[in-house]
Ligand binder design. Structure first.
Ligand code: NAP
Length: 552
């Protein structure tokens, strides 16, 4: 697009992932002049950067899609229950083309700073490439998992082979054939990548610091007729998603019965709690419903006794899947509860360890990685592990990383990095006191990563757009979260997370910032659910944006 230097906009949006894309579309519809600044060379955010082998969504495709356009819903066909990265990127590109979004987007431009001018009441956003954009409002659509975490191992630059990070995967195909590939990390990315790389590589060395609770994705191709039924059901699907806890309803189309067919048996459902079952009944439920059921009992998420029973049954199941008992034991998570970390789902992760070309290195036995060498890595016990390629599947500086990486300056020269030194503070995850006219989509303090993020993105975009329209209608130019409202919200977010497995003392997760050395241990997302959260946001708006200071 043509140079936008020094141009003035109504809204500058940072990030051309799904949040930035919909924000732009929505604001255009309201007659506002908006521009999107994006570090990548195209749209897609998460789906643009995470191109690693095996990458796929863990939310059913028809639910992990935009609801804002009925035409879009009707014209797009998904091919799998849970789409793989290439298909989602294709969808995202289709959305960009269909709504002509790229016209107001600047690519290959990484925002380095944003600052609020109190007199002019506008934001100036500058990029590493030296461009600057001025707008009345700034929307950070920077994503929750967009700042890759690459641990700084001594000697990392010495390694002579190819090095990749799952969250910054190149567009070009990577050739693993005949190579010894080390994969550091066993979170969602490592668990997805390892079985697929193992099919191509000479050897995969899975380097594990913490074993993971991972459940089968049970993915499959969509059968004929599925999309027709889903399209007819979209209105109901969306309504149910918005009124749910997570924005995921695990939609299953109800096929019309052939005429004259006998009524089917009522579907058997698992018990609500694990504690009400006898040991034999628990095993029967695993046989009936698969071992995913272990993470579905409500008491597993709130009662440590129920949780430990589920963990033990999980380890038993794992021992049945992995042939080598010693490897099964190394892969078995212990000492932290199911439900503490973000649920991981996989396709044949454990079965990959039955392959002759997959080897596990358990850092709990060897000690941590001490250094990277020219040909591999050395662990604390002195062992040297040799390989040709190194894949970091080491995750992200989640929720705050992308925001803190920019130099954001609010009222009175206040820096966001200083304000958030002890952890993020927001009002509703939408605004930060001291930073007027800046909004965060799926910011810390909102359901965001605990939900189907598209549902949360759409809710935030709609709320922000309504808010801007309200300001315009009332001849108001500045909106800022009040300090007290923010403090009350932070306290509420902490309160509702108490007593859940997310904040168990033995839990270390990226939700808590524990994956980043030195990051304050604060539980960042809002656990009360997308439905409750939406109601609160709507009530606050209906009450004249209670807790926000509005000025002309
Ligand atoms: P992650 O869950 O944070 O996992 C990172 C892995 O790297 C962990 O096993 C971690 O060990 C390990 N690690 C980090 N630093 C290390 C070090 N210094 N030495 C050795 N090991 C180290 O990251 P992720 O797998 O990229 O997933 C992040 C999130 O992205 C997911 O939770 C999910 O929300 C999203 N995601 C979703 C999908 C999907 O839709 N299916 C796929 C990929 C990612 P510790 O556990 O000991 O810290």
């Amino acid at each position: 697009m043509a140079s936008q230097e020094q141009q003035k906009y109504d809204v500058v949006i940072v990030g051309a992932g799904m949040a930035g894309m919909y924000m732009l579309h929505k604001l255009r519809g309201q007659g506002m002049r908006a521009i999107v600044i994006e570090a990548g060379s195209d749209v897609g955010g998460t789906w643009y950067w995470n191109r690693y082998p095996g990458c796929r969504c863990d939310v059913p495709s028809v639910e992990y899609s935009f609801s804002f356009s009925k035409e879009l819903e009707q014209e797009w066909n998904w091919t799998e229950i849970m789409a793989a990265q290439p298909e989602i990127l294709e969808y995202v590109n289709h959305v960009a083309d269909r709504f002509d979004l790229r016209r107001d987007m600047v690519f290959n431009s990484r925002v380095s700073a944003a600052s609020f001018d109190e007199d002019a009441k506008h934001w100036t956003v500058t990029t590493e490439q030296g461009e600057s954009y001025t707008a009345d409002f700034c929307v950070m659509a920077t994503g929750c998992l967009s700042m890759p975490n690459k641990p700084e191992f001594p000697g990392a630059d010495r390694f002579k082979g190819e090095v990749y990070h799952t969250g910054m995967w190149p567009k070009e195909a990577v050739d693993f054939a005949g190579k010894r590939v080390a994969v550091i990390g066993s979170g969602s990315s490592g668990v997805q990548a390892i079985p697929v790389i193992a099919e191509q590589a000479g050897e995969v060395i899975a380097i594990q610091r913490s074993p993971v609770y991972t459940f089968p994705a049970n993915n499959r191709k969509l059968e004929d007729g599925y999309m027709d039924l889903a399209k007819a059901d979209y209105a109901t699907i969306r309504e149910q998603q918005r009124n749910s806890q997570t924005g995921i309803i695990y939609y299953s189309p109800r096929r019309p019965k052939p005429e004259g067919a006998a009524p089917g048996k009522p579907k058997k459902r698992p018990s609500k709690t694990i504690l009400e079952l006898t040991p034999e009944q628990r095993k029967q439920e695993i046989r009936d419903f698969g071992f995913n059921v272990l993470s579905q009992y409500v008491d597993v998420h709130t009662d440590p006794e129920a949780n430990e029973i589920a963990c033990e049954l999980y380890r038993e199941t794992l021992r049945e899947l992995v042939k080598d008992p010693a490897v099964a034991d190394q892969l078995a998570p212990k000492n932290y509860p199911i439900g503490c970390k973000r649920p991981v789902i996989d396709t044949d992760y454990y079965l990959a360890f039955n392959r002759p070309n997959v080897r596990l290195v358990d850092l709990r036995e060897t000690g941590p990685i001490e250094e990277i060498t020219e040909t591999g890595l050395r662990t604390q016990n002195g062992a040297h592990i040799e390989f040709d390629m190194l894949v970091y599947a080491t995750g992200f500086d989640a929720m705050t990383g992308a925001l803190k990486r920019m130099d954001i300056t609010g009222r009175g020269g206040r820096k966001l990095v200083e304000k958030w030194e002890d952890g993020p503070r927001t009002y509703l995850g939408l605004q930060i006191s001291g930073f007027p006219n800046m909004f965060t989509i799926t910011g810390p303090g909102s359901p965001s990563v605990l939900s189907n993020v598209i549902v949360s993105i759409e809710q935030h975009v709609d709320w922000i757009a309504d808010c801007l329209s309200y300001l315009r209608g009332h001849d108001l130019h500045v909106i800022e979260a009040e300090e007290q409202a923010e403090s009350d919200w932070v306290a509420h977010v902490n309160e509702v997370a108490k007593g859940t497995m997310f904040t168990a003392p033995t839990c270390n997760s990226w939700y808590l910032g524990s994956n980043i050395p030195g990051k304050p241990r604060i539980f960042m997302p809002y656990v009360a659910g997308v439905h409750t959260y939406r109601q609160k946001c709507d009530e606050i708006a209906a009450d004249g944006y209670r807790g926000f200071a509005l000025a002309g």
